[in-house]
Design a protein around this ligand. Structure first.
Ligand code: GDP
Ligand code: IMO
Ligand code: MG
Length: 434
């Protein structure tokens, strides 16, 4: 039995949603383990496009149950909107969604505090999604957060909400936004949410562990990407949770010994939304070209994504941190019409080779990427479903990425739809999927 983790190998938006949706029907459960509605996972089935933010991408398959694990932060309004969006599209969710009683709750004042701190004139903004994610995790780590289980118990909620409101009042006063928070209204609204959410809530660690014991399969869906991980990413230009593989265990209550494989997802190039270092960024014509061809605009905030060339040292680093068994390369088709394609194969700083991922942004800013230029294939690959049908130069490109990263490319994606996918026969990925 295989329980697998699918997660982002770059700075997010690698196409995780498409891949999780594609493989989901081989699993009984798909579980999210971190992040919140800062994620935007696009799933395209036929002519229909869904952008999932909190619900795992497996939710579109009627026989798959989805779990929002303890490591996720939940804005109840966002979650209920998403459930409604699915109902309107005719997707039945009854009995298929489980929410962890230990997940933390996002409140409107989290968003407000974030907006103020992102706009401080004397600080560098992270360029967050302004969804209150960071401030909610701050309260979690500060041990004053409110969890779903606390929300459901009226007495506990009243006490904890009182404490949290007191703390936020101090902060709001300091930031001069105290008039903008209506504590009583928020409290009343969240009491209503508690009643609506109650039927979905359970001990999801127990649910998943019992399922695994009974021989059922779980697919863990990462949000964001490893370079946005709070520990391993380009700190402080990161998100506030553990997006890397280890987060799947802490964020779900399933032990590392129960995980059978780890799948990294990477674009055939690279993008980033928000501020922070980006060694292989192309701020010129090629970057603009990729943005246009790849429709590289954020699925949550609509911001243009910064674009650049595939960064092999970065991938080697994320492969190390996550222990990737296999890599899925998405959006190969976006490069179809480029005469030449650059790949960053190494880092240099002040004329010397840099083998490790620098820990500070100052050091990262000094990195000069070493590029190799490969010929483009100048033929359409969009929609191709067999590896042998790819133009030989496109295969050479995929195999070059494989040799540069040291990880097999088990799957290539050639379009946004489920069908536009090649799983390579004889790959480790194929055997993991079973
Ligand atoms: P995620 O956050 O990792 O799930 O990725 P996003 O959904 O934010 O962004 C990926 C975008 O690329 C979405 O619009 C997908 O529909 C699209 N996409 C995924 N795979 C492919 C592919 O192979 N080719 C093309 N052209 N688009 C793709
Ligand atoms: P998916 O799951 C790309 C980025 C934000 C910002 C930083 C911190 O779709 O890949 P946050 O609101 O999380 O505190 O913002 O992280 N970011 C993402 N970038 N894809 C995402 O999710 C992201 N989620 C957060 O742009 O730079
Ligand atoms: Mg996304």
């Amino acid at each position: 039995m295989s329980n697998l983790i699918v997660l982002g190998a770059q700075w997010g938006d690698e196409g995780k949603g498409k891949i999780v949706d594609l493989f989901a029907d081989r699993f009984h459960y798909v579980a999210r383990y971190q992040g919140g509605h800062n994620a935007g996972h696009t799933v395209q089935v036929g002519g229909n496009k869904f952008v999932l933010k909190l619900l795992p991408s497996g939710v579109l398959h009627p026989h798959v149950s989805v779990v929002i694990g303890n490591g996720v932060v939940i804005d109840p309004a966002a979650l209920l909107d998403e459930i409604e969006m699915l109902h309107k599209a005719g997707i039945e969710t009854a009995g298929r969604i489980a929410i962890s009683s230990r997940a933390h709750v996002i409140f409107p004042f989290h968003r407000l505090v974030e907006k103020v701190s992102e706009n401080r004139a004397d600080r560098v903004a992270i360029g967050t999604t302004l969804r209150g994610i960071g401030p909610c995790y701050e309260d979690k780590i500060g041990r004053r957060g409110i969890r779903i289980a606390d929300l459901l118990d009226e007495n506990i909620f009243d006490t904890l909400y009182g404490y949290l409101a007191d703390d936020k009042q101090i902060l709001a006063r300091a930031f001069k936004v105290e008039g903008e928070i209506h504590y009583d209204e928020i409290c009343a609204k969240y009491r209503e949410y508690a009643n609506v959410l109650r039927p979905y809530v359970c001990d999801t660690a127990r649910l998943l562990n019992s399922a695994i014991r009974d021989g059922k399969r779980v697919l863990f869906e990462g949000a964001q990407g490893t370079m946005l991980d709070i520990d391993h990413g380009t700190y402080p230009f990161v998100t506030s949770s553990s997006a890397a593989a280890g987060g799947a265990c802490t964020g779900s209550g399933v032990a590392p010994t129960r995980i059978d494989g780890i799948i990294g997802v990477s674009k055939a190039y690279i993008t980033r939304v928000g501020s922070g270092p980006f060694p292989s960024e192309d701020t010129g014509e090629a970057g603009d070209w990729i943005r246009k061809a790849g429709h590289e605009f954020g699925s949550v905030t609509g911001r243009p994504r910064r674009c650049g060339w595939f960064d092999a040292p970065l991938l080697r680093y994320t492969a190390m941190v996550n222990g990737f068994d296999t890599l899925i390369v998405t959006k190969l088709d976006v490069l179809d019409n480029l005469p030449e394609i650059k790949v960053c194969v190494g880092y240099e700083s002040k004329g010397r080779r840099v083998d490790d991922m620098p820990a500070t942004n100052a050091l990262l800013a000094e990195i000069a990427p070493v590029y190799e230029t490969l010929p483009g294939w100048a033929q359409p690959t969009a929609g191709i479903t067999r590896y042998g049908d790819l133009p030989s130069r496109a295969r050479d490109y995929v195999e070059f990425l494989e040799s540069q990263t040291g990880v097999e490319v088990g799957c290539v994606s050639t379009g946004p739809d489920r069908l536009h996918t090649i799983v390579r026969s004889g790959s480790k990925l194929e055997s993991l999927l079973g």
